[in-house]
Design a protein around this ligand. Structure first.
Ligand code: SF4
Length: 148
């Protein structure tokens, strides 16, 4: 079973009310079983919402209370991201998922690279909050950018 970022499937759950529908991902998923996940929606955040990025570290640091997720207005939304990550892990485990295809660079879903906390489009090494928790629990993580 594969868990896939809902925005990649075309669900309008992005911060701006849009989606990231990706035909390569949809083609890759043909004949495979998958579930959709959106950690930020699962954490109670609405769409549209104020964009947020991780400041002072990455998702592993947020889970360890060493970094924060701040929205562009400076509000601390770390707990919503953590709640969403935990709900996402629970859903993935309930459905027996062992692999995830996650949206690259997102503060929730980013794998190996995330936006750097300056809201400038620049990136830094690291994982999103949900990606970090999924990785800690042994799931294999891919993004739409490194699907083989
Ligand atoms: S990147 Fe992740 S948290 Fe953000 S909209 Fe897509 S699925 Fe939801």
């Amino acid at each position: 079973m594969i868990a896939v970022s809902a925005c990649l499937l075309g669900y309008p759950c992005k911060y701006n009310g849009g989606h990231n529908k990706n035909q390569k991902v949809l083609d890759w998923l043909k004949d495979k079983e998958y579930i959709c996940i959106c950690p930020e929606s699962s954490g109670g955040l609405s769409s549209p919402r104020t964009p947020a990025e991780i400041v002072g570290g990455d998702g592993f640091d947020v889970l360890a209370s060493k970094a924060k997720v701040l929205d562009k207005e400076g509000n601390d939304v770390s707990q919503a991201f953590i709640n969403g990550a935990m709900a996402t892990l629970k859903k993935a485990q309930k459905h027996g998922a062992d692999t995830c295809i996650l949206k690259a660079k997102s503060p929730s879903c980013g794998v190996g690279t995330i936006y750097d906390g300056t809201f400038s489009g620049c990136t830094k090494p690291g994982f999103g909050v949900a990606a970090a928790l999924l990785k800690q629990n042994g799931l294999k993580l891919l993004t739409e950018e490194n699907l083989s």
